[in-house]
Design a protein around this ligand. Structure first.
Ligand SMILES: Cc1cc2nc3c(=O)[nH]c(=O)nc-3n(C[C@H](O)[C@H](O)[C@H](O)COP(=O)(O)OP(=O)(O)OC[C@H]3O[C@@H](n4cnc5c(N)ncnc54)[C@H](O)[C@@H]3O)c2cc1C
Length: 372
């Protein structure tokens, strides 16, 4: 049994690592040219009940703990005028430690045998050959035949059409991403407003959400519920103009908060939020399955990377538990995946509404304090 994974995100890499732990040979095809081809985004809080379970299954729990940024689990909610509405310091007892996504990915890559990941292998086509076998075509024109194929290739999966006609749809909200470097010395009032961990200043339909990363970097997602046409009219090729236009939507907000938009050290990046239908599932197709965002892309609520890693570990364990019987392994995996993903996707929609719905920020505070 050889497993072929498309996508070296956190989900695909956990699958590869847990398969390796169980002695199952595996190849990962990744579109990006190298591990450092793209910055890997910001902080992830890794949850006890899913992300941490997956890292234990990968035999990498101690290595993960060594990456945790102590103190960064703090969270606070601010009103638009900068008033602190909720302040929960990191007292070391929380179950959601924070790590840099790039460091977690590096840890997983280092735990795989050399040559497992084939970098610069973008899948451009896939077709069924019958009896559970598939042929992958890569951007360089080469092909490969698979015995067991896993689509771990994220939101716009090339593998998903083998199983389902579903495509992600715009949720009505986009994030605009900015970074302020060296916040404590260059932007002390803003750094103070963000605090030691996460800061959320949300109101109905919009918000400024920032996180303190290592080296005092302040990483911000500005949330705006606007149609895609609205964002299309903002010229992101003019970074300063785009930042000004986005900041106009926060007129009257405290300057230490709007500085997170206007004082950015990197160009603002538009990140439209898309989602698959809640409860997305498919009929069993021999020799192929999906995990992570490819299977259940949802609005972000801090679970997506955790769920992708959990899926990866669950699938690997199912494959190892059914030697020589791919279909039994995939039935067992999908039998648990579908209800779990449906519940999680429904919860993501609910959480998103608590964050940005009509009752924000009161509903957000209720969510963070377990009262929702
Ligand atoms: C703005 C934003 C903030 C988020 N914040 C959080 C958070 O705080 N916590 C959290 O848990 N989750 C968060 N998420 C969700 C999280 O990022 C995803 O759920 C998670 O990355 C999914 O992992 P994955 O392995 O399924 O896919 P991905 O991480 O998307 O990895 C897919 C991989 O497949 C590769 N690939 C794609 N197409 C091909 C192809 N054709 N051929 C070969 N390779 C291909 C890609 O290059 C990529 O490396 C956030 C999402 C967004 C949009």
């Amino acid at each position: 049994m050889h497993v072929t994974i498309v996508g070296a995100g956190l989900g695909g890499l956990v699958l590869a690592r847990v398969l390796h732990v169980h002695g199952v040979p595996v190849t990962v095809h990744e579109a990006e040219a190298s591990p450092s081809a793209r910055t890997q985004g910001g902080m992830l809080d890794i949850h006890e009940h899913n992300g941490q379970v997956a890292l234990r299954a990968a035999g990498l729990f101690d290595e993960f703990r060594a990456l945790v940024l102590e103190g960064h689990e703090a969270s606070r909610v601010l009103a638009p005028d900068g008033t602190v509405l909720l302040d929960e310091p990191d007292d070391g007892t929380g179950g959601r430690p924070e790590v840099q996504r790039g460091e977690l990915r590096r840890m997983l890559l280092d735990a795989l045998p050399d040559g497992t990941v084939h970098w610069g292998h973008r899948v451009t086509g896939v077709r069924a050959l019958g009896e559970g076998r598939h042929e992958l075509t890569f951007a360089d024109g080469t092909t490969e035949t698979t015995e067991l194929l896993v689509g771990a290739d994220g939101a716009w999966s090339r593998i998903r059409p083998l199983l389902s006609d579903a495509t992600p749809e715009y949720t009505g909200t986009s994030f605009v991403e900015t970074y302020l470097f060296d916040g404590d010395t260059r932007h002390p009032r803003t750094a103070e407003a963000v605090g030691a961990g996460a800061m959320l200043a949300n109101t109905p339909g919009k918000g400024i959400q920032a996180h303190r990363e290592s080296d005092g970097r302040l990483h911000t997602y500005v949330a705006l519920s606007r149609p895609q046409d609205w964002f299309a009219a903002v010229d992101f090729t003019d970074p300063a103009g785009a930042a000004e236009r986005i900041a106009q939507e926060f007129e009257g907000w405290a300057p230490e908060l709007t500085a997170l938009i206007t004082e950015g050290d990197t160009d603002p990046v538009l990140r439209p939020l898309n989602a698959l239908p809640v409860g997305h599932r498919w009929d069993r197709v021999p020799g192929v399955t999906l995990l992570g965002d490819a299977a259940h892309l949802s609005v972000p609520n801090g679970e997506g990377a955790n769920l992708a890693m959990f899926d990866g570990a669950e699938l690997a364990v199912a494959i190892a538990a059914h030697p020589g019987d791919v279909e039994a392994a995939l039935r067992a995996y999908e039998g648990a995946l579908f209800p779990r993903s449906a519940d999680e996707a429904a919860e993501a929609v609910r959480d998103f509404d608590l964050c940005f719905g009509a009752n924000a920020p009161d509903s957000l505070i209720a969510l963070l304090t377990g009262q929702a």
